[in-house]
Ligand binder design. Structure first.
Ligand SMILES: O=C(O)CCC(=O)C(=O)O
Ligand SMILES: [Fe+2]
Length: 329
């Protein structure tokens, strides 16, 4: 595979950033708010100040939005030309682009922190600490993000500052639509989906988010259904298991079996897409109907930036996308 070419499948498309768009991003250098400031008025402020290129970048944003809404796909954009030696600037570009598409959300409850580093760090190893995937280098089984929120975000964006150089840290994607289609004829799998549709399960909030939100009680949980209309899928096995450990009465045998069965079906699906995302690429994932994960890695300098965002329900960027939700049904 050429270094910056990503093999794609039916649920994922790939786009190489053009020289024109790369140049437009560079024109924005020194004009953007610092990371973790509010970017919601940035486009109008920059346009009013006469900074050129802002309006053209909207077309780029529209293309991305179109791909993840109307086509319900994930999208990988390569060769953005962002300065990977300066992750702060990459973060500014990521938030600027995200805010043209949707509304970036904060990773922690008590302050606006829309950007999150995915980079292994030394975490506390107390038995009560529930780590999250962005903190370590172990494999991350397929899951959706922020499943412990009242309403998980529609979009997840991962920008690669530095890929792992050890052959690991490969990203994995699985569309729920493809998985449901694959197991459609299996009666046992249908029964499992039924249980996951009708049971409310507790998702335990990973410790770093619970404590950063000022909720120091490590036992915070959010109740939700694994399968519903919107989001189609809300799932992460370790947070559910940790939630059930705190609410053992809910963990009946049928539910526990359905959860393991679902994990098996997902992890062994023939429809998983796996790729080593190149440096300076951005993967945009529909977090309501696409599961994602990654393989483990040993190169601790691997570094990704993450943003999450909610679609504005009245979308003005693209008339045909107006009012669309990202759910796959
Ligand atoms: O490391 C990655 O590529 C993704 C990690 C992840 O899924 C997460 O932080 O939620
Ligand atoms: Fe994730």
């Amino acid at each position: 595979m050429e270094p910056n070419r990503v093999r794609v499948g039916p649920e994922l498309s790939s786009l190489r950033c053009s020289d024109k768009w790369r140049a437009l991003f560079h024109q924005l250098l020194n004009h953007l708010p610092v990371c973790n400031e509010d970017f919601s008025n940035t486009t109008s402020l920059l346009t009013a100040r006469g900074v050129s290129g802002v309006e053209e970048l909207r077309n780029f944003a529209t293309l991305i939005l179109d791909s993840v809404t109307r086509q319900g796909k994930g999208l990988i954009v390569t060769d953005l030309g962002w300065p990977t030696h300066d992750p702060d600037v990459c973060g500014q570009f990521l938030l600027f682009l995200t805010s043209m598409i949707a509304e970036p959300t904060s990773h922690v409850g008590n302050s606006y922190r829309p950007l999150w580093d995915i980079r292994p760090r030394d975490v506390m190893s107390s038995p009560d600490y529930l780590p999250t995937y962005s903190e370590h280098s172990l494999p991350a089984p397929l899951h959706t993000d922020n499943q412990f929120a009242t309403q998980p975000e529609d979009l997840l964006l991962l920008y690669v500052v530095r890929p792992a150089n050890c052959g690991g840290g490969r990203n994995r994607l699985l569309s729920m639509r493809a998985l449901e289609e694959e197991i459609r004829i299996d009666e046992k799998a249908q029964a499992m989906l039924d249980i996951l549709t009708h049971s409310s399960v507790p998702f335990r909030v990973p410790t770093v988010f619970a404590s950063a939100s000022g909720n120091l009680g490590p036992h915070q949980v959010q109740w939700g259904h694994v399968i519903s209309r919107c989001p189609r899928i809300r799932y992460r096995l370790d947070t559910i298991r940790a939630g059930l450990a705190l609410h053992p009465a809910m963990g009946n045998e049928r539910l526990l079996a359905a959860l393991s069965n679902f994990a098996d079906c997902a992890e062994h699906s023939a429809n998983i897409f796996e790729a080593a995302l190149p440096q300076d690429s951005l993967c945009i994932i529909n977090n309501h109907c696409v599961l994602h994960g990654r393989t483990g890695f040993t190169d601790r300098s691997r570094h990704l930036l993450r943003a999450r965002a909610r679609l504005r329900r009245v979308v003005t960027l693209h008339p045909e996308a107006a009012g669309l939700t990202l759910c796959c049904s």
